[in-house]
Ligand binder design. Structure first.
Ligand SMILES: *Cc1c(COP(=O)(O)O)cnc(C)c1O
Length: 394
């Protein structure tokens, strides 16, 4: 008898051989600028906690109060008995915050893409997708069974070329793009993509996971950044990044959002978000609406860190956001760099193929409002030391 599970050992050996096996670190303290990771106190440049909200006292208090009032679980999917007044309040507040007609609160960002894309397009349709779109968009596209046509990264002209070439052969089309690309920190040309899609009657959708709380007025996101309110058909969002909690959202025209309540399968068949999470998301929106202080600090830190890294001689790629890729080339160098930084007390992730293209391995630094100037200086000193030691900078 052959071992039916032998393929697992073979694949794991294969991953290890290629240096792609993931060593999952354990966090032993709450999310913050400094964290205890695998027993070591380190400066954290790895989390998406852009505004430092993941451990904010007001948000924790809101979650505690919601547990006292509502308990811990919703007890049902949204469409049966799981829709609580908290969910509807959050949906109203998200729509208001983003300046759109309506919003749907869902369990996460990943699942938001699985909800929206297969509800809007099917087997007879075509999707136009940026080459570097996030895995959750790619999986949402596959799930829809629509034809997927990739256009070159951030290239509206290429998007127009593929739309022109294909649209006539399908019932309808959907253009979908990341707003901020999480590996490079670059931004989709939303205004140009909108013009092109509109010309051909193609539905438009943007994944704003790394734009919310970061771009736009007071962190209102990428659509606000480009002033495209009411124009992009669907904005997908997440509460797990700048908002510091967990959950996802789909926002835009009321017609579409109400339709997703009928047709979004993970919305229909997976339980509602908990009262604690929902109340925490509401408290995060309160904080963002009250003041732009955290968003301003995030950008101040970002500008300082990027300028100092450039002065040191590092290549920080095409970033336009708080995501700073430190380009190193080959994956083994990036891994070694990350390991040496960790020894120096700095936690920054190495990313290699297949997360990024071959030969473009990097360390990714996530700037946040939680870092002080002193933290950034400590981080920069470690980058300088390791960069010189490994011959990356002179
Ligand atoms: C993180 C991320 C998601 C997934 O969001 P979750 O709320 O963590 O599920 C989706 N899209 C993009 C672009 C992301 O970066």
């Amino acid at each position: 008898m052959t071992d039916k599970l032998a393929f697992i050992n073979e694949d794991v050996a294969n991953l290890k051989e290629q240096g792609l096996f993931i060593n999952i670190r354990t966090m032993e303290s709450p999310v913050g600028a400094w964290m205890t990771v695998d027993g070591k106190r380190v400066l954290n440049f790895c989390t998406n906690n852009y505004l430092g909200l993941a451990n904010h006292p007001k948000i924790k208090e809101a979650a505690r109060r919601a547990i006292d009032q509502w308990g811990v679980g919703p007890g049902a999917v949204r469409t049966i008995a799981g829709t609580q007044t908290l969910h509807l309040e959050l949906e109203r507040r998200v729509a208001e915050f983003k300046g759109v007609e309506a919003s749907l609160f869902v369990q996460g960002g990943f699942v938001a893409n699985q909800i929206a894309i297969p509800a809007l397009v099917g087997q007879e349709d075509v999707i136009f997708s940026d080459r570097l779109n996030h895995a959750s968009i790619i999986d949402g596209c596959r799930l829809s069974r629509a034809k997927i046509v990739v256009y070159e990264h951030r290239d509206a002209e290429d998007a127009e070329r593929v739309i022109k070439e294909n649209i006539g052969q399908y019932r309808r089309g959907l253009l979908v793009t990341d707003g901020v690309f999480s590996m490079d920190g670059d931004v989709a040309p939303l205004d140009k993509l909108y013009e092109v899609a509109e010309r051909y009657g193609v539905i438009t959708m943007v994944d704003d996971a790394h734009g919310e709380g970061v771009l736009g007025r007071g962190g209102r996101g990428i659509v606000d950044h480009f002033g495209l309110h009411g124009k992009f058909d669907i904005e997908m969002g997440t509460f797990s990044k700048a908002f510091g909690v967990v959950g996802g959202s789909l926002s835009g025209k009321k017609l579409i959002i109400d339709y997703l309540r009928q047709r979004g399968r993970p919305f229909l068949f997976s339980s509602a978000t908990t009262p604690a999470d929902t109340a925490a998301c509401l408290a995060a929106i309160d904080l963002l609406e009250e003041s732009t202080e955290l968003v301003d600090r995030l950008w101040e830190n970002t500008r300082y860190f990027k300028a100092e890294m450039k002065k040191l001689g590092f290549d920080t790629g095409q970033t336009e956001t708080p995501i700073v890729p430190v380009m190193l080339g080959e994956a083994p160098l990036a891994r070694q760099f990350s390991a040496r930084l960790f020894e120096e007390g700095v936690f920054a992730m190495a990313l290699g193929f297949p997360t990024v293209p071959r030969g473009q391995a990097r360390i990714r630094v996530m700037n946040t409002a939680a870092h002080s100037r002193d933290d950034l200086d400590k981080g920069l000193a470690a980058f300088e030391k390791v960069g010189k030691e490994l011959g990356v900078i002179g």
